[in-house]
Write a protein that binds this ligand. Structure first.
Ligand code: SF4
Length: 417
């Protein structure tokens, strides 16, 4: 065997970070990687924001960030918190502040109290002599309310004074670094210097999370590897402006998978631009699937479905795989409570006899549908043994009933094997 080939099925070593409690969720330390998301409603629209936070949380978001950009939205925050609590939703809310966060937090103490964490962008917390003063004001509010802070650097709003200073230093040394390298260095330094300042003001390291978001995959990897090397702060991973649809999903997954595999990252957010009228919960689904597909966390039962090929000309198996997956996802918020361990279930939906029986036997419950020219019969395998053969037009519905029965029998008594 080539000695350079290694098979990796887990992060090399999870980087040891300082755990930060965000409401009832621990980020970093020994906690599993947390999936979070952000609303795109106007926070002053209390009904709309409550509905979207609830939807994101139902989809599995463990922390939800909301924009706090003006007095009306700051005033709405405690009302949103109260409404969520009445609905039995205790998901931590994070306030996203830019430019006037110090003022909003001072003028709206109920907002400062209702939030579980404040996000500060050191690139736009204030300018010139006001910068450190306003940064300190937010940090002091966090200390007073015993809240953690995320120091969230963003490529698009990078501290220009710091960048200019590093560019000048680089020039004075005869340009040993490229402009891209200097910019990456400025991003890392902005996060680390801001964290040092927050600690000098009195905020404990157990109350600080760092992020350094950029929009290019290679930049993100380089910046986070360096951030992880130079600090032990909990890290929030995210590719900013990842884009729409498959582009955003692939770019975010590629960047984050490489970092997560190296043990870097304590919480993730997938920043997808939704299609007009699109479903905001997609970013939560992608985050969960990324962690699950890499074997780091288990959120949902797995549905293994073959891609189909010329041996099957009908779409029955695609429709069945989609229906089963949709059913599982829709029912999970209730099933998680009712059927402990159900997220470990493996279902197979296969298109023909070539790989169908084999793959189905490896699943907890699997069906091998008939391919073109095969006898119109669909064997079902349960725990590796053939349990039934389905025939006729109701194969899909019959299999759905069998899956539901299997879940009830295996997980209904709390068995988690
Ligand atoms: S299981 Fe059958 S239908 Fe599915 S991809 Fe393989 S050969 Fe094609």
């Amino acid at each position: 065997m080539n000695p350079h080939v290694q098979f990796l099925d887990r992060p090399l070593t999870r980087r040891v970070s300082v755990g930060v409690p965000v409401g009832n969720v621990l980020v970093g330390g020994a906690a599993p990687v947390v999936v979070q998301s952000m609303t795109n409603t106007d926070t002053a629209d209390i009904d709309g924001t409550v509905a979207q936070v609830a939807a994101l949380h139902r989809a599995g978001s463990e922390i939800v960030r909301i924009t706090v950009d003006r007095d009306e939205s700051a005033a709405a925050v405690p009302k949103i918190r109260e409404r969520l609590e009445r609905l039995g939703i205790d998901v931590p809310l994070v306030g996203d502040f830019h430019y006037i966060g110090h003022k909003l937090l001072a003028d709206h103490p109920a907002c400062a109290e209702a939030l579980a964490k404040y996000r500060i962008n050191p690139g736009n917390v204030g300018f010139k002599d006001k910068k450190d003063k306003q940064f300190a004001a937010i940090v002091e509010t966090a200390i007073r309310h015993d809240k953690p802070v995320r120091i969230g650097v963003n490529w698009g709003s990078l501290d220009q004074e710091l960048l200019t200073r590093l560019m000048d230093d680089n020039q004075a040394k005869g340009f040993p670094m490229t402009a891209q390298e200097v910019t990456r260095e400025a991003i890392v330094q902005s996060a680390i210097l801001s964290a040092e300042l927050a600690e000098e003001i009195g905020l404990a390291r157990e109350r600080i999370i760092l992020s350094a978001k950029v929009s290019q995959v290679q930049d993100l990897i380089a910046v986070y590897v360096e951030l992880a090397r130079r600090s032990n702060h909990a890290l929030h991973l995210g590719l900013t402006e990842a884009g729409m649809g498959t582009k955003g999903i692939v770019a975010s997954s590629a960047a984050m998978a490489i970092l997560l595999q190296q043990g870097i990252g304590d919480t993730i957010r997938i920043s997808l631009t939704p299609e007009p009228g699109g479903d905001r919960t997609r970013e939560v689904q992608v985050g969960q699937e990324l962690l699950q597909t890499m074997g780091f966390r288990q959120f949902l039962p797995v549905v293994a479905a073959c891609p189909g090929c010329g041996r099957t000309t009908s779409t029955v198996f695609q429709e069945l795989a989609q229906t089963i997956e949709g059913d599982l996802r829709r029912n999970m918020p209730v099933w998680r409570e009712k059927y402990p361990g159900v997220e470990n279930l493996k279902v197979a939906v296969m298109g023909c006899i070539v790989n169908g029986p084999g793959e189905s036997k490896h699943a907890d419950i699997g069906i091998s549908l008939p391919g073109t020219g095969e006898t119109p019969a669909a064997p079902v395998f349960i725990d590796g043994a053939k349990a039934a053969t389905l025939r006729g037009p109701a194969i899909a519905a019959d299999f759905q009933v069998m899956v539901a029965d299997y879940i009830e029998k295996r997980f209904g008594r709390g068995e988690t094997a």
